[in-house]
Design a protein around this ligand. Sequence first.
Ligand SMILES: [Zn+2]
Length: 67
Amino acid sequence: MTDHDHPPRESDAWNNPDFCPFCGHGLSDGGPGFIDHVENDENEACRDRFEQWRENVADDIGGEWGG
Ligand SMILES: [Zn+2]
């Protein structure tokens, strides 16, 4: 069990998370902090999962995740 809740995939909170939704790591600056997080090579697993998620969203809404 973890001590944080993951916002639903469909939720706006995904665009501005306080923590990484994949590993629960705290983020310093919401959305931009999350991008920094997934671009860090130490967080390759999170990046893979984020890119998978983003592809799913692009399928759903027919566009890129523009923030
Ligand atoms: Zn993470």
